[in-house]
Design a protein around this ligand. Structure first.
Ligand code: TYC
Length: 102
């Protein structure tokens, strides 16, 4: 069932059940060993923040135990988590990164 156009095409009405894609926060978790400069570099590289913003986010994580670096679609969030974890592991730091539905 659809709306007939005079050029012969039919526009189907979108089903009401279609939902907007879920969004996910990507968070860094604090630990006692990862150097502050490394965390700042990670935030700049993977979350596209300037130096000042990256320092603020890092200090908030250091103080509060965790902090949001950005909000993304599920696929992008999960890719960011994997890239951050793999970079930290390769560098020998225990930095943890997780995603959480908004
Ligand atoms: N707490 C760490 C230190 O004192 C710094 C740090 C900040 C580690 C944020 C992880 O997600 C983190 N060196």
């Amino acid at each position: 069932m659809g709306i007939n156009q005079d050029n012969g095409t039919v526009l189907e009405k979108q089903a009401q059940k279609v939902k907007p894609p879920s969004l996910y926060k990507v968070l860094l978790l604090n630990d006692d060993y990862t150097p502050m400069e490394f965390v700042v570099a990670i935030i700049r590289e993977y979350f596209n923040k300037d130096g000042e913003t990256a320092v603020q986010i890092m200090l908030a994580v250091h103080r509060d135990g965790k902090g949001v670096c950005g909000v993304f679609s599920k696929d992008i969030a999960s890719t960011k988590v994997e890239l951050v974890l793999s970079h930290a592991k390769k560098a020998g730091h225990p930095l943890q990164c997780v995603m959480e539905e908004v």
